[in-house]
Design a protein around this ligand. Structure first.
Ligand code: URA
Length: 440
């Protein structure tokens, strides 16, 4: 078999067999296929797409390119959740304790932020002492004792995805639906959970900018999960507006704690309740309405915050910042942003909001950048709100005052204020299962 022939076959719109796909993924990981040939192949996929059979074969090859986690050491059904990435997306910090409080184990591997999107592991590491790299035995022990654990992906998982993602990042081949589906589901299959809930974000802060593309991605991922014998459901949720009010690592943990106490912003609370209810549903805890009631009840009776505190303590973190979020270190500098005119906020370009937060130090400019856990923004006004000229719409936080000018101009550029009140859009656009696409 020659890589040259496989590139040509895909370039000409042909379908590769699963042996051919396994050959190219294994050959690439082992270093027998060079980056330039893999780049050409990825670009051919970008233009010609992949059939369902090719996507399944590639996902399996990516999943098996490194360690496959066996979660048998954890009792009961384990449900995973994956978000395709967004701004202000602190949902894992809220959903994992809710689901655990309802009796379903969460053994989750999460990622770090890159570019304008945040990552759960960075948010957790804003808690002093918190360890996100645990031995397998310790990971199992934390889940069995506290009901949940969230850690980073182990070094040996899905090396094919690590290598291909880095290549896609520099060859303009990230935004391909089959390649995103392979990348995400390869990691999910390797992570060993029984069921998978996918949160596919849609809008200006997401990889998928339209609901149609998001549904297409969701359908491919659900098909891959179900084919691998895992119950899989996807929700298409809004990322045209940042989720909640806080963007930035410790700021997002603070908002997650408020939400677990029942005092969170409505958009964040509603999205989290729906995601949690779907995870409970996948775990067989009841129908969706019953699962929604269970999730709401867990917040009302106060048991969810105890779950988060238990996990933080078990992973070496200082739980006093969760018990009282005033204990979090604060950024030394802040800068208020006023509305530049009177009217309704009609647009918040969410990618730009994420970039503003990164410029303040909350995200990484490059893979190796140090992040400032205290940096970020609090959004006091969002899309649909009426504002008077000069009224505070956001506050930025940083450890270096000179960062404000640039971040402020990006943030101001993200905001549009107009006379007409914008139409309200749903927070959840659709639910995709193996049998149907239910649009809301
Ligand atoms: N997230 C991933 O893990 N992979 C992609 O390709 C895109 C988003």
């Amino acid at each position: 078999m020659r890589m040259y022939d496989l590139i040509m076959k895909k370039r000409n719109g042909g379908e590769l067999s699963s042996e051919e796909i396994t050959f190219l993924i294994n050959g690439y990981v082992e270093g027998n296929i060079p980056d330039y040939q893999m780049s050409a192949f990825l670009m051919a996929v970008y233009f010609k797409g992949m059939t369902e059979g090719e996507t399944l074969a590639m996902t399996n090859a990516v999943a098996h390119s490194g360690d496959m986690v066996d979660l048998a050491g954890i009792d009961g059904i384990k449900v995973d959740k994956h978000s395709t990435g967004g701004v202000g997306d602190k949902t894992t910090l809220i959903i994992a304790p809710i689901v655990a409080a309802c009796g379903v184990k969460v053994a989750k591997m999460s990622g770090r932020g890159l570019g304008h999107t945040g990552g759960t592991i960075d948010k957790l590491e804003s808690i002093p002492g918190m360890k996100t790299s645990l031995s397998r035995e310790k990971f199992f022990q934390v889940v069995n004792e506290t009901g949940l654990s969230v850690i980073g992906q182990s070094g040996n998982m899905t090396p094919a995805d690590k290598k291909m993602y880095a290549l896609r990042d520099v060859t303009a081949t990230v935004d391909s639906i089959p390649l995103i589906a392979v990348s995400i589901m390869g990691k999910k299959l390797a992570a060993g959970n029984d069921c998978i809930l996918l949160d596919v974000k849609t809008g200006s802060g997401a990889f998928m900018k339209t609901v149609e593309d998001s549904i297409a991605l969701a359908k491919e991922m659900v098909a891959i999960g179900e084919n691998a014998g895992k119950r899989t459901v996807a929700l298409i949720t809004d990322m045209d507006i940042p989720l909640g009010h806080n963007i930035g690592n410790s700021l997002e943990v603070i908002e997650a704690v408020d939400t677990l106490k029942g005092n969170g912003p409505d958009d964040l609370t509603q999205v989290c309740l729906n995601l949690a209810a779907n995870m409970l549903y996948l775990a067989g805890k009841g129908n969706l309405d019953e699962c929604m009631e269970m999730a709401k009840q867990a917040i009302t009776d106060g048991t969810v915050l105890e779950r988060l505190v238990a996990m933080v303590k078990a992973q070496g973190g200082d739980a006093s910042v969760i018990e009282d979020t005033a204990n979090f270190a604060k950024a030394p500098y802040s800068c208020e942003i006023p509305a530049d005119k009177t009217g309704f906020i009609t647009v918040m370009d969410t990618e730009k909001c994420g970039i503003a937060s990164t410029l303040l130090g909350a995200g990484r400019e490059t893979k190796d950048s140090e992040i400032d856990y205290t940096a970020g923004l609090i959004l006091y006004r969002k899309v649909g709100d009426y504002v008077e000229a000069g009224e505070k719409i956001a506050v930025m936080y940083a450890s270096d005052e000179t960062l404000f000018a640039n971040a402020r101009s990006v943030y101001e550029d993200a905001i549009t204020i107009q006379e007409e009140k914008p139409e309200e859009k749903p927070l959840i656009f659709a639910r995709v299962t193996k049998d149907a696409v239910e649009k809301y």
